[in-house]
Design a protein around this ligand. Structure first.
Ligand code: PA5
Length: 455
């Protein structure tokens, strides 16, 4: 079976949704030269090691370490894996888990989970939620993976402090190493100091590193995403193969063959020429709902920038919005069709669901429901997607359709990898640095000062 994901931009074109709202062939041709030039810049920077995210899937020794460590911990039979982290240190693992584990995973039996632990991704400091996690996850039966690239994020450190006290009380200082794994910056003179290093030293904790040239939101294929994935029994080789396939497709400078560049160009042109200031990401599968959340951070934090590389003020960036089909047809589509025509809408389709569910021949007295009788829910989902796409086209709303043949490790990795490369190219088209986040820092410092720290 062809596992390649497909990107169809035909309904983002002027021929489909009028020249006011869609991109013309001429506009695409014009930008293709710039994309090809920028490809050289990105390729050179990749070769120079400026961006590490491209090559994470090739770090065989790291991946082996992740798998061996997970196998070792799994032998000890933990009930729970708890991730302590926020932003890029949490969203990737959650996106993979929602995509690749069964729905309502934590409610399934240990047997159905093949002995793998339940998963709790703690990416907030809501005391009610955190207390409930502590109540549900006995510290003696739980492995905590504390993830912080900087190793100083207040939210994550507060979580860690609460957890450390609970584990120490339950299992004693000497056994903390059996319950906490650290993922953070590498050590070394060039690396910023991580507060997780002295913690790992004191308790002898297993420590994974995030390469210095990989930012949080680009770290899903580092141990940030892969260690939880291995602990939960996901198909790591499938993820790696999916990255490799998409890396190959993205190695072309030509937008016709490079889906990431094509999508970057269409988004950029839609924003700058057609006033599409919003990018909606709307998968028609519950399993991809958290990929939408992950994409929202990637697109927002990478492209929302005040200054160009040259220091000109631009206030760049499209606002990413996550939606879910068919659910949000009954919440958002009214706005998308009849509200401001300021959106480029990404419809993510799963061509074949793992399972099929027939709508039975029942309630026979209701002839109004004959059109559903004996059809599958799968078919209804496809009809809803097509209906929405056609309705959006009628209203001259541009859409991009992304098709996954199925949802599995291979295709999900392709999707995430493509969105990362797309973001890198979009950053270049806007001429902004997609890899920093200066706008986040000030709020962090103020919060720290309010709490009485240095800020
Ligand atoms: O993408 C990013 O860089 C951010 O979202 C970070 O992941 C987030 O702020 C958490 O930072 P850290 O991993 O340093 O705790």
């Amino acid at each position: 079976m062809d596992q390649n994901i497909r990107v169809d931009i035909s309904r983002a074109k002027s021929s489909a949704v009028t020249p006011d709202h869609g991109i013309s062939t001429q506009e695409l041709n014009d930008i293709s030269h710039r994309v090809a030039e920028l490809h050289k810049v990105l390729a050179q920077e990749r070769a120079d090691g400026v961006y590490g995210f491209y090559d994470l899937y090739q770090q065989r020794n790291v991946i082996e370490d992740v798998q061996n460590t997970a196998a070792d911990f799994l032998e000890r039979g933990y009930d729970n894996l708890v991730i302590l982290g926020i932003g890029g240190s949490a969203l990737g693992a959650r996106a993979l888990a929602t995509a690749l584990l069964p729905p309502h995973y934590n409610l399934t039996t240990r047997r159905a989970r093949h002995g793998h632990p339940r998963l709790f991704v703690m990416d907030n400091i809501d005391p009610i939620t955190f207390r409930q996690m502590m109540r549900l996850c006995a510290p003696g039966k739980t492995l905590y993976n504390v993830i912080s690239k900087s190793g100083g994020t207040a939210e994550t450190m507060a979580q860690l402090m609460i957890v450390m006290q609970a584990i120490e009380k339950k299992v004693g200082e000497d056994s903390i190493r059996d319950h906490v794994v650290v993922t953070t910056n590498p050590r070394g003179e060039d690396a910023p100091k991580s507060l997780l290093h002295p913690v790992a030293d004191k308790y002898g904790l297993k420590e994974f590193t995030i390469p210095l040239n990989v930012g949080g939101r680009f770290s899903v294929f580092s141990p940030v995403g892969l260690f939880p994935a291995a602990m939960l029994g996901m198909d790591i080789e499938g993820l790696i193969e999916g990255c490799a396939v998409m890396d190959e497709r993205c190695s072309h400078s030509d937008m016709e063959t490079n889906p990431a560049y094509l999508r970057a160009a269409v988004h950029y042109l839609a924003d700058t020429l057609k006033d599409k200031k919003i990018s909606v990401f709307m998968p028609y599968a519950d399993s991809l709902a958290d990929v939408a959340d992950w994409y929202r951070q990637l697109w927002a934090e990478s492209l929302g920038k005040r200054y160009t590389y040259g220091g000109d003020e631009v206030f760049a960036g499209q606002t990413p919005v996550k939606a879910l089909g068919a659910t949000d047809q009954h919440s958002q589509i009214q706005l998308y069709r009849e509200g401001p025509n300021d959106k480029l809408i990404n419809i993510i389709e799963v061509r074949r669901f793992d399972r099929s569910l027939r709508i039975p021949d029942t309630l026979s007295e209701l002839t109004e429901l004959d059109y559903l009788r004996n059809k599958s829910m799968n078919r209804l989902m496809t009809a809803e997607l097509k209906g929405t796409m056609d309705a959006l086209k009628t209203s001259h709303r541009p859409t991009i359709r992304v098709q996954l043949p199925v949802v599995n490790a291979h295709t999900v990795a392709q999707l995430l990898y493509m969105l990362e490369v797309e973001t890198a190219m979009a950053g270049r088209l806007y001429n902004i640095n997609a890899f920093d986040q200066p706008g986040v820092e000030e709020g962090k410092q103020i919060a720290r000062a309010i709490m009485g720290g240095n800020g």
